[in-house]
Each structure stands twice: as C-alpha cells, then as structure tokens.
Design a protein around this ligand. Sequence first.
Ligand SMILES: Cc1cc2nc3c(=O)[nH]c(=O)nc-3n(C[C@H](O)[C@H](O)[C@H](O)COP(=O)(O)O)c2cc1C
Length: 197
Amino acid sequence: MADILVLYYSRYGATAAMAQQVARGIGEVDGMQARLRTVPAVSTVCEATEDSIPEQGSPYATLDDLRECAGLALGSPTRFGNMAAPLKYFIDTTGSLWLGAELAGKPAALFTSTSSLHGGQETTLLSMMLPLLHHGMLLVGIPYSETDLLHTEAGGTPYGASHLAGTDSDKPLTDAEQRLCRALGRHLAETAAKLAA
Ligand SMILES: Cc1cc2nc3c(=O)[nH]c(=O)nc-3n(C[C@H](O)[C@H](O)[C@H](O)COP(=O)(O)O)c2cc1C
C-alpha cells in the first residue's frame, strides 16, 4: 500500500470533516490509503509549545510524513482569503525537503472551508498552491466530469474541494460537498498510482 498524506488544520471541525471525506476517496483507489495528520495551533506566546501527541484527532505531521507520502492533500480553513497560519507555519519548516527536491514530482490537491460563500474559497486554494509549486509538486484539481461542480449551491470548485461552513462554522457538509471531497481524494490517489506505475 502507498500512503497519501491528508494534512490539514481545523479550528472548529469543518476542515477535519472534509479531510475524512477526502480520505474516503483515497481509500477507494486500489493500493492507496490515507494517512491523516494535523498541525498544532500557533501560540501568541513565543515559548508555548503543544504536547507532542494531540489529546484527540489526527497525530501531528512530521517532515517524514511528507517524505514518505506518494501524494498530498492539503486542507485549511480560510483566514482572510488565505490559508491559516498553523498550516503555513508547518510548511515553512519544509526548507530541507525543498533543498533536496524531495517532494518534486509528487501530486498534490487542496481543500478549504469558509464562513461565507464569497469569502475566499478560490483565493485560499490558489494561495495554498504556491508553496507546493515551489516544491515542484504536481497539482490535481477536480474535473467538471464531476457534475456536482455545475450544480453546487455551497462549496465545490475546480481548484479543489471547498465547504461553506456558515457564520458559526457549524454547517454540515452538503451531499455535493462530500462527493466532491471524495472525488478530489480519488483523483489524487489515481494520479499518484499512475505516476508510480
Ligand atoms: C481570523 C479569521 C479569519 C477568517 N477569514 C475568513 C474569510 O476571509 N472568509 C470567510 O468566509 N471566512 C473566514 N473565517 C471563517 C473561517 O474560515 C471558518 O471558521 C472556517 O472555515 C471553519 O473551518 P474549521 O471548522 O475547519 O475551523 C475566518 C475566521 C477567522 C478566525
């Protein structure tokens, strides 16, 4: 089995719910399994550090998770139309992988959650692509053969999966959003399998 790393940050649980669906899509592809990892929150107190193992949810990601994966699904809630600082903070620790081009040629896909419908889903997904392109990763989106893209009234973009979480960040994923998350995971895993063949 090859692992696809599903690496996400989630404050209120919406992006975590998306990660579960992306992981399901990955698991639908022969020979592929999801490895779910998160990152700790960033503290405003310089000296504060999280326990090395979180109390609940996915384990924290390490550079070895990135090194070992056959592909990457990266998920973040929107923060002012951009990815959240904890995820960016982790990505900013990947300089050694970048120097060694260790992620070059691996496929990657993105997912995000916003409170408002026009609050920056596409800009967040595009901003998340930039560091991955510096790493030489190959970006996988969602093709319009996934017809939910044409009809969704919540999240779902060709640039990656997305979710409209609402002002209280508590809206559940719609059926279409769930299908698009799974489609993203499936396309990513299929691409990784083709590249490995
Ligand atoms: C500092 C901050 C900035 C945010 N910026 C945006 C924004 O630009 N657009 C938007 O629609 N939602 C914005 N939100 C709402 C979050 O995106 C929302 O809480 C998140 O999608 C919920 O995902 P989660 O449950 O995975 O944390 C912001 C939230 C915070 C705390």
